[in-house]
Design a protein around this ligand. Structure first.
Ligand code: AMP
Ligand code: MG
Length: 412
């Protein structure tokens, strides 16, 4: 794979491979127990095994009547006396042969019964029920262990806990789980031009937006985010800030100051305090991305342009940080959608186009460019819902498939 007129730029996939190989997950001793209700986004530190069947017993999927299918006539309706009433939450008695039980959704099916008929299909009074012809044996019974069998592994170490996982853990009676402690990520923004929102904007200045994009991204991953604010554009201040970050955090993420200008000090500082292992990616926006370590602490030096920060953090930094956090499932899966735009020139850098997904009248997904793709333009990231990927050396033709990464798969 050549990078045409951009020699030395590392393709994104290669850079990711290198980063993921370098990532050292925080060790297994650094775990803590958290209540399942507080475990959202945390990474499991041990496999979780069920000690119960879910459901624990056969139960009814309907409000209706439980009976044994052998008691039904070969043809025509069957009348059976009612011998018990079983609401949810009550342990039933075994069903007397030749009778039926009034039963409700979620209630345990009594032993001796194998079928439930929904009440809408029956006629009944307080003493007996008339069942319709030819009920199918086993209907409307949710068998014991249908969801989970006792002894099975329901979630593996390294799994990032999602809302449905919290429910699943609770369904087998697990109240708390071991998780890795939150990864400590120090974030700092470099730039003499930066001013914090909430204050006036003096001439020559801009508001610091990267700090907030990064804060959101770090919080969305569940990291313990250490905000080290703004660092001025000089070597001493940068060195001091990086030393502090290395002492406080497991990983450092910076924005700005990694390009080739004489006001860019991050790269030189990393070279002084540790090593620079990777610099300049074949990615657009975001070429000048630096990766290395500061006094042994990994650092991701992201570019300064707001859209470049967004893209490089989502595509490159996030998988590295998640792996360091101990997570398994870290690389997003692109979907194929139809491009509603052309990119006839082969991409010299892999471009992550802020794009919008919409459905046509046949329900087929199409991607449209969200607007201006300049690396300084953040608004198109806000209106878009994903990246249409213009692959390195490839082209995009309207009406043809294009890989698409949903923001929901690369930001959380
Ligand atoms: P740099 O890589 O430091 O040269 O920055 C590249 C561009 O991004 C410049 O236009 C900077 O003003 C802008 N920039 C850098 N840091 C930030 C930030 N924290 N918020 C908004 N824009 C920034
Ligand atoms: Mg700068």
């Amino acid at each position: 794979m050549s990078c045409c007129d951009q020699p030395g730029l590392i393709p994104v996939e290669q850079a990711l491979e290198k980063l993921l190989n370098a990532a050292q997950p925080i060790t297994e001793t650094e775990t803590e127990m958290v209540a399942v209700g507080k475990a959202l986004g945390r990474v499991l530190a041990a496999d979780q095994q069920s000690t119960v069947d879910v459901p624990p017993a056969d139960n009814s999927a309907m409000d209706g009547f439980a009976f044994n299918s052998v008691d039904c006539k070969e043809s025509g309706q069957t009348t059976l006396p009612l011998s018990q009433r079983i609401p949810a939450g009550v342990a039933p008695q075994s069903l007397q042969p030749g009778t039926a039980a009034r039963i409700f959704t979620g209630a345990e099916v009594p032993s001796g019964a194998d079928t439930v008929i929904m009440q809408e299909n029956c006629q009944w009074d307080s003493d007996q029920v008339i069942l319709p012809a030819e009920p199918k044996a086993g209907d409307n019974v949710r068998p014991r262990g249908q969801d989970i069998q006792s002894g099975s592994i329901i979630m593996c170490r390294g799994h990032r806990i999602k809302p449905q996982d919290m429910g699943l853990l609770a369904s087998v009676g697990i109240a708390e789980v071991p998780v890795y402690r939150r990864l400590k990520v120090a974030v700092l923004s470099t730039g003499d031009e930066l001013v914090e929102p909430g204050s006036d904007l003096p001439p020559g200045h801009i508001y610091n937006s990267n700090r907030y994009t990064l804060a959101g991204l770090m919080e969305a991953q569940g990291f313990d985010y250490i905000d080290l604010g703004i660092v001025p554009d000089n070597f001493e201040a940068t060195e001091q800030a990086l030393r502090k970050a290395a002492a406080l955090a497991d990983c450092i993420v910076t924005s700005g100051g990694v390009s080739v200008g004489e006001e860019d000090h991050v790269k030189a500082c990393v070279e002084k305090l540790g090593s620079l292992d990777l610099w300049r990616l074949a990615i657009k926006p975001g070429k000048p991305l630096a990766f290395g370590n500061v006094l042994g602490t990994p650092i991701l030096g992201l570019p300064g342009n707001p859209a470049a920060v967004f893209v490089t953090c989502a595509i490159v930094a996030r998988p590295f940080l998640l792996k360091t956090q101990g997570a398994n499932d870290i690389l997003p899966t692109p979907i194929q959608v139809i491009a509603d735009f052309d990119r006839p020139k082969p991409a010299k850098r892999q471009e992550y186009l802020r794009a919008m997904l919409s459905l046509d009248e046949n329900g087929v997904a199409h991607a449209q460019i969200a607007g201006n793709q300049s690396s300084g333009v953040l608004s198109t990231a806000s209106v878009g819902n994903g990246f249409a990927v213009h692959s390195l050396n490839g082209t995009i033709t309207a009406g043809e498939p294009v890989p698409f990464l949903l923001f929901s798969d690369v930001l959380y």
